[in-house]
Write a protein that binds this ligand. Structure first.
Ligand code: ADP
Ligand code: MG
Length: 245
């Protein structure tokens, strides 16, 4: 049985059909790339799965739980994580404090005289930072980090939710090629270790072909191809959309 099953999903904004009957499945531990030109509907699909946007029709099943109509908070609690963008206001906080904040958001506060707020989830947060190779930066303010390292912290924050499925919409935006590969090889090894599925969008075909187990291609709200790198690369409709041939 698949972890996530999306069926005939639709969403319009006014007269503009952004997502026009999309369906796909995702298995536990699988890395699935959702690709397509700008405006294809990728982010809209992410937002419907995460509960930030209401679908017009279709179904989104996580195991046997229907996600449509649930709040984004509830969906997160059911095991769908997404990478946070570290907001500008959090950039003065340390790396550790940012991850602690994500853990507090997940579990709620456990204030007590013996556990002042800044001590909450400290060891859990340090363990998450170790998983993304950022423990030696724990006490630095985020604003002092290199861009690629900020993305690692955002990944650790996404993991704070202990997700079964992690949604990553353009996690490598603004990164150089070597950094993109480093982040994705980390994501791939974490997915294997945790048996966590990852649904991601990514502009670099290089990265998509190197790390995705399977690829689905979207154009103007419709799924035009899916399969392995090999299947997708040679698909005539994909050639047409990407290369205009
Ligand atoms: P992608 O992430 O693939 O670039 P999007 O899902 O962001 O594409 O957008 C798909 C289409 O939906 C585009 O035509 C976009 O202009 C439109 N769209 C997305 N979000 C909104 C919104 N909140 N209001 C109106 N139109 C939107
Ligand atoms: Mg987008």
């Amino acid at each position: 049985m698949s972890l996530l099953a999306v069926t005939d999903l639709k969403k319009s904004f006014g007269g503009n059909v952004a997502v026009d009957g999309v369906g796909f499945e995702l298995a536990a531990g699988e890395l699935l790339a959702l690709i397509g030109p700008n405006g294809a509907g990728k982010s809209t699909i992410f937002n419907m799965i995460g509960g930030q946007l209401a679908a017009d029709s279709g179904s989104i099943m996580l195991g046997d739980m229907a996600l449509r109509g649930l709040s984004s908070r509830k969906i997160a609690r059911l095991g769908v994580g997404r990478t946070f963008q570290i907001a500008a206001t959090f950039s003065s906080m340390t790396v550790l404090e940012n991850v602690q904040t994500a853990l507090v958001a997940r579990h709620g506060r456990v204030y007590s005289f013996w556990h002042p707020a800044h001590e909450i989830y400290r060891s859990d947060a340090l363990a998450l930072l170790a998983q993304v190779g950022m423990q030696e930066h724990a006490f630095k303010p985020c604003r002092e980090l290199a861009y690629g390292d900020v993305k690692r912290v955002e990944l650790a924050m996404g993991l704070a939710n202990d997700p079964k499925l992690l949604l990553m919409d353009e996690p490598t935006a603004g990164m150089a090629s070597a950094e993109r590969h480093a982040l994705f090889s980390l994501i791939k090894s974490l997915a294997e270790k945790r048996r966590m599925a990852v649904l991601f969008t990514e502009h670099s075909m290089d990265v998509v072909f190197a790390y995705a187990d399977r690829i689905i291609v979207l154009a103007r709200g419709t799924l035009i191809a899916q399969g392995s790198a090999q299947d997708v690369r040679n698909h005539p409709k994909v050639q047409e959309v990407y290369f205009g041939s």
